[in-house]
Design a protein around this ligand. Structure first.
Ligand code: HEC
Ligand code: HEC
Ligand code: HEC
Ligand code: HEC
Ligand code: HEC
Length: 174
């Protein structure tokens, strides 16, 4: 490859990133056109009746970049053997438990590979509530199927601008 000036190289890099994101965008629209979760998971019942907190299931949200979707193992501490509710959704869960298969939850929020987002940075260091980006999850009686804060460059940048946080391209695109 010929030697390019640093600014030219940066433009080529950003152009490539743009192309990848445009392609990824089409797939995202396609995948999310009729998103259905394998179980009609109910956040409200677990927070109100079972007294759980976000970190009980989204274990690494305070200490690492990703929040994580809970593994089946987290459910089996309360759900295994006999049902503990009258809900028709629980037998579906118990079938996954009996077969030892992970539940194929569909991801709703995600940034492309070349964008860096860290939960620890926002929640622990920045002290931003989950609800600011995800809406009032403790009231959700249905699974999450659409985004509250759209995962778009503008949403990230608007908040950074308001809070005096950097909007340098390479802070997020690294
Ligand atoms: C700390 C105990 C606990 C853990 C861990 C737990 N649950 Fe539950 N779950 C409950 C309780 C309590 C109920 C409500 C029983 C009732 O009052 O009807 C419930 C109810 C349910 C129901 C039926 C209620 C409805 O509205 O459909 C489903 C489905 C369910 N849980 C899925 C899960 C999944 C999936 C996981 C793992 C990600 C999980 N639970 C982890 C305690 C737990
Ligand atoms: C500043 C906005 C923001 C805040 C605050 C925030 N999130 Fe997120 N969340 C995101 C973004 C953006 C993604 C997609 C991240 C990715 O693809 O790596 C995401 C993804 C997730 C996911 C999907 C799994 C994963 O690991 O990516 C879960 C679960 C989640 N967040 C839970 C939480 C919880 C719980 C809190 C509060 C303790 C929280 N989030 C706070 C923006 C936020
Ligand atoms: C008992 C376990 C449990 C607890 C407690 C829990 N969640 Fe979840 N969460 C799940 C499961 C299972 C899913 C996947 C199903 C769905 O999307 O509803 C999920 C999905 C999510 C998602 C969507 C992730 C994505 O991109 O697909 C967000 C955001 C989220 N939870 C935030 C929260 C917040 C905020 C709290 C605390 C107020 C919380 N959760 C408490 C189990 C839990
Ligand atoms: C609701 C406000 C808000 C939103 C939305 C938000 N951020 Fe942030 N972001 C912050 C704050 C505040 C900090 C500084 C946290 C701290 O104190 O360290 C930060 C810090 C960062 C940093 C570290 C910057 C540095 O100094 O190097 C990155 C990278 C970042 N955010 C990426 C993102 C991305 C990507 C998105 C969108 C998917 C996003 N943020 C959405 C408020 C937000
Ligand atoms: C605060 C985080 C953040 C900063 C700063 C940022 N971006 Fe982005 N950028 C994103 C996110 C998140 C996406 C993915 C958006 C999507 O999928 O809709 C993105 C997407 C893009 C795309 C794909 C086209 C598009 O709009 O979807 C290009 C090109 C791009 N960014 C270039 C840049 C340039 C140039 C800068 C500096 C001026 C920059 N970005 C600064 C977060 C950021």
């Amino acid at each position: 490859m010929p030697k390019l000036r640093p600014t030219t190289r940066k433009l080529v890099l950003l152009g490539t990133i743009g192309g990848i994101i445009l392609i990824a965008g089409y797939f995202k629209v396609f995948l999310h056109s009729d998103l259905r979760q394998p179980i009609q998971y109910n956040h409200k019942i677990h927070i109100e009746s079972a007294g759980m907190t976000c970190v009980d299931c989204h274990e690494s949200v305070l200490v690492s970049a990703s929040a994580t979707i809970p593994r089946l193992e987290i459910c089996t501490s309360c759900h295994s053997g006999e049902p503990i509710s009258d809900s028709p959704e629980e037998p579906k869960l118990l079938k996954f438990v009996a077969d030892g298969n992970e539940i194929p939850w569909q991801r709703v929020y995600s940034v492309p590979d070349h964008v860096y987002f860290s939960h620890q940075r926002h929640v622990t260091d920045g002290r931003i509530e989950c609800a600011t980006c995800h809406g009032n999850i403790p009231d959700f009686t249905q699974p999450v199927t659409s985004t509250f804060m759209p995962v778009m460059m503008e949403s990230c940048m608007d908040c950074h601008r308001l809070n005096g946080v950097t909007n340098d391209c390479l802070a997020c695109h690294r």
